[in-house]
Design a protein around this ligand. Structure first.
Ligand SMILES: Nc1ncnc2c1ncn2[C@@H]1O[C@H](COP(=O)(O)OP(=O)(O)OP(=O)(O)O)[C@@H](O)[C@H]1O
Length: 224
């Protein structure tokens, strides 16, 4: 009689290191991520959080180790084509086009995905329904971030890579962010979040990246 073991992780980082500018930024990272899981990346400025997300997105290659998706190295050409269609990337650059309306700025991503009908409900959930037909110059910083979150919902891919998703959001915006992350995970979605600000996520794994250089005295130490 054969016993089934636990399912293999959806994403596995196996002794991964990453160099930037000829210097090692990330060293020997090992992480297993299953469906429905969340990994929160924290650490000082420059510790490598964005680098970690870029590597998961396939924009930077590990200098050592491997990143496996469903047991396959994401760097393999055939695998990467499929893997990248699983990813939804929210970065500090919002890629909002000034000439399009707020709604078109979400719907445009949806059309690229071959989907339709999700953009307006997503904007409404983010509290931007009444601004849907306005130009983005009408938007505040926090509202622009909400447009990015609406895109996550409209595109609806399983693996979310979120770089500082709560920056500029008010309290209600952060609660909405926490809500959509929780709902996404309930459906089996995976969430990676790089953040300096606390975001409530049940049973999230946390990886605190060490500072890259020995700490030097800063202006704050001098005035204390
Ligand atoms: N394009 C680049 N070329 C070379 N080195 C880079 C590049 N971008 C970032 N780095 C270096 O990689 C290191 C990690 O940067 P990264 O942006 O991943 O840090 P972070 O933890 O996201 O920082 P922050 O909290 O400030 O957003 C930094 O020391 C930075 O100088």
């Amino acid at each position: 009689m054969r016993f089934r073991g636990p399912p293999p992780p959806r994403i596995l980082l196996n002794n991964v290191s990453c160099m930037r500018n000829a210097q090692t930024v990330l060293r020997d990272i090992n992480v297993s991520v299953h469906d429905g899981a969340a990994l929160v990346l924290t650490g000082a400025n420059g510790s490598g959080k964005t680098t970690f997300l870029r590597m998961l997105a396939g924009f930077s290659r590990p200098s050592a180790g491997e990143i496996l998706w469903n047991g396959h190295d994401i760097a393999s050409p055939g695998v990467y084509q499929q893997y990248r269609l699983q990813l939804n990337w929210l970065s500090l650059k919002d890629a909002i086009k000034d000439k399009l309306t707020v709604l078109e700025n979400v719907a445009w991503f949806e059309v690229l995905e071959g989907k339709s009908g999700r953009a307006l409900p997503a904007l409404e959930l983010m509290g931007l329904g009444r601004l849907a037909n306005e130009k983005p110059r009408m938007l505040s910083m926090g509202q622009r971030k909400r447009v990015q979150l609406a895109r996550l919902l409209a595109i609806d891919r399983p693996i979310w890579l979120l770089d500082e998703p709560s920056v500029a959001l008010d309290d209600e915006g952060v609660r909405l962010l926490e809500h959509i992350i929780a709902e996404h995970r309930k459906k089996g979605g995976i969430v990676f979040v790089a953040t300096h600000l606390p975001i409530k996520m049940e049973d999230a794994m946390c990886l605190r990246l060490p500072p890259r250089f020995p700490r030097r005295k800063t202006f704050l130490d001098l005035i204390r």
